[in-house]
Design a protein around this ligand. Structure first.
Ligand code: SAH
Length: 261
């Protein structure tokens, strides 16, 4: 993909009012003096430097796309977790985000987004237009996606979580993120078809609605429980000929549930 084809990434960064007071560059909250010091340098002074180290780790771990690394290096992950967990926000760990749910570790977020951007329609030189995320959680992954695709529809079944994500995302002013309260096992027909569908909760099987709402040329990336009872990442590409399915590495996501709560 040529730089000019990237989905407006540098332009968006400019548009996000980088500099003093910018939501994307604001300093980390100051740590309490007695707090442990898991990250010895930078944290509390310069979150951009801490993120930079995180993206270096991601690159070493095999994330190859420069646009994904840049997006991961831009979104202030510490702003999506509780204050008590801020010092761990950039570590390679999943973290609790309330209501028994978790935010995935950075490598899993980056890996799944990189897979998503490998959709057939992108391989032929395009960019992902509309993406549906199942499981908004705290809104972090939606924020990363918003820098890489044109429109992000993200659906969450827990009302309180949905409201919290709205609060967390508001200061970032990401006009292309659409938050929906609903049962994501049904997809979100109003925004379909999607060039990409990405699930952050693991189901027992792949909901039929997701495959139906996937555009031709689109890709779905989701943790699904296999015949052996273990969750693995599954990728489904929709082409003019039909659906091509692959099963990748083992993962551990919170369960996909139905209904709204
Ligand atoms: N991507 C998120 C992580 C989400 S954790 C982030 O960046 O924070 C998984 C989320 O999926 C939880 O908030 C859970 O409530 C939600 N979830 C589970 N089943 C769902 C469903 N059927 N529809 C929508 N959201 C669902």
């Amino acid at each position: 993909m040529s730089p000019s084809r990237r989905p407006g990434f540098p332009a968006r960064l400019g548009g996000l009012k980088a500099g003093a007071g910018s939501a994307l560059t604001a300093p980390m909250p100051t740590r309490a003096p007695q707090a442990p010091t898991p990250v010895p340098q930078g944290l509390g002074l310069d979150s951009a430097a801490v993120r930079q180290r995180m993206t270096q780790r991601l690159a070493q771990a095999g994330i190859a796309r420069a646009d994904v690394l840049q997006a991961m290096g831009t979104v202030p992950r510490h702003r999506f977790v509780d204050t008590a967990l801020v010092t761990q926000a950039y570590e390679e760990t999943s973290l609790p985000i309330g209501w028994g749910q978790t935010i995935s570790k950075p490598a899993v977020v980056a890996r799944m987004i990189e897979l998503l951007l490998g959709a057939p329609c992108v391989q032929s030189g395009g960019q992902l237009a509309r993406v549906l995320e199942i499981g908004t959680g705290c809104g972090y992954q939606a924020a990363v996606l918003s820098l890489l695709v044109r429109e992000v529809y993200t659906i969450e079944r827990l009302r309180a979580m949905h409201e919290r994500a709205r609060e967390r995302l508001r200061p970032l002013r990401l006009a292309n993120v659409h938050l929906i309260l609903g049962d994501g096992t049904l997809g979100y027909a109003a925004g379909a078809p999607y060039a990409g569908i990405i699930a952050a909760a693991g189901g027992q099987q792949l909901p039929g609605a997701w495959c139906e709402q996937l555009a031709v040329g689109g890709r779905l990336v989701a943790p699904i429980v296999g015949a052996d009872g273990a969750q693995a990442l599954q990728v489904v590409d929709r082409t003019a000929q039909g659906y091509a399915h692959s099963v990748l590495e083992a993962v551990h996501f919170v369960p996909l549930k139905s209904g709204i709560a």
